[in-house]
Write a protein that binds this ligand. Structure first.
Ligand code: SAH
Length: 343
């Protein structure tokens, strides 16, 4: 059965014609799914029962179930563990900022990129998420909190560009004016650096923010932390970033997780400054979140400060990521791992 929530409005019109229904039904259905966030056809009370029955025979309607929620006493951040229809588990995080609410979603169940410091990498990839399963995370969080979501970041479990077509469809549906209509500028996608897909993304001419997980300023060090660095060099990555900026005018974000004694030395900062100097970008330093399966530690406060200082002296735009929800289970993928271990 085809997944009705992953259709664009145009495709849904064609579907309605195929079923012998009037095409205005497509818009009604679409709005029920993507604006009123209906969890089933039964909720679509102004549609004829016969149409609802026909749809439930013809299409799959995805839904996700809250399995667990942890809320931070410090800043109100909530981490949700959701179960998909096939029993897979995904995590999403809800963060409250002054400028609005942000949701961090997962793009895959597990991940095959194998980054050394990341909890999501440990069990490998189970499968990619469909567009509707990515939307469902945003929709469920909206319904559960009762508050509008203004920003979405695809920075949870999974490598979004390893699920390219579904990601693109997700972006189009999420930003569609007949849906939640989230501004493309309020959407960020983080990648470990799949160069061909980054270039393809640039050609789509979207207004979303592309974040690149760099984490090292030499190929040698990057290879120690991220297996994907064996495939693409930092030079190729920088070229792809430059291309993204040229095509879209959107400033690139570089994510750099500081790992104590590994990538936090003055020479690491110096090389990073040289790499990013002539690029229209922003560097986000993230104190690494230690996971129990690995013995990485956070850099010392003084080292973090001098790393930042060095970049600033070189005119680089840099911030240290505010750590949200420290008390509710650090790094991405940990809640899911813990739950799986219990099952
Ligand atoms: N696969 C994508 C998005 C998911 S991870 C990517 O690689 O960008 C989101 C960000 O969190 C990435 O920058 C990732 O490298 C980082 N990350 C993962 N585990 C971390 C940890 N334990 N501490 C700090 N950052 C981590």
């Amino acid at each position: 059965m085809q997944d009705i929530k992953s259709f664009t409005l145009e495709e849904l019109k064609t579907e309605m014609e195929k079923l012998g229904e009037k095409s205005f039904r497509a818009k009604q259905l679409y709005q029920w799914m993507h604006q009123k966030l209906a969890r089933s056809f039964d909720e679509m009370t102004n549609l004829p029962l016969s149409l609802r029955e026909k749809c439930s025979r013809e299409y799959e309607y995805t839904s996700i179930k809250e399995v667990k929620m942890q809320e931070s006493d410090i800043d109100g951040t909530r981490k949700y563990l959701f179960e998909l229809k096939d029993g897979s588990l995904v995590e999403s995080v809800w963060m409250k900022y002054k400028h609005g609410n942000s949701v961090c979603i997962s793009s895959q169940v597990g991940c095959r990129m194998g980054c050394a410091f990341c909890a999501s990498a440990i069990g490998g990839l189970e499968r990619s998420l469909t567009p509707s399963e990515m939307l469902d995370q945003v929709y469920a969080v909206t319904l559960l909190t009762g508050e509008r979501v203004s920003n979405v970041v695809v920075m949870g479990t999974g490598e979004p560009l390893d699920n390219y077509d579904n990601l693109l469809r997700f972006i189009r549906l999420l930003t569609d004016e007949n849906g939640l209509h989230i501004s493309q500028r309020n959407l960020a996608v983080s990648t470990c650096g799949l160069v061909p897909q980054m270039r393809k993304m640039a050609d789509e001419q979207l207004q979303i923010t592309l974040a690149l997980s760099l984490h090292a300023s030499s190929d040698e060090k990057r290879r120690e932390l991220m297996p994907v660095a064996n495939k693409y060099s930092i030079a190729e990555l920088m070229e792809a970033c430059r291309y993204y900026f040229e095509k879209t005018g959107r400033r690139i974000t570089f994510e750099y997780s500081l790992v104590g004694g590994v990538n936090d030395k003055p020479e690491d900062a110096q090389r990073l400054a040289a790499l990013t100097k002539n690029l229209n970008c922003h560097v986000n330093l993230i104190p690494v979140n230690p996971i129990k399966e690995r013995d990485f530690v956070q850099s010392k406060g003084t080292e973090i400060a001098s790393f930042k200082n060095k970049l600033e002296k070189n005119g680089i735009n840099v911030t240290i990521r505010r750590e949200m929800g420290r008390d509710i289970d650090g790094a991405c993928g940990q809640l899911r791992r813990r739950q799986k271990a219990l099952q």
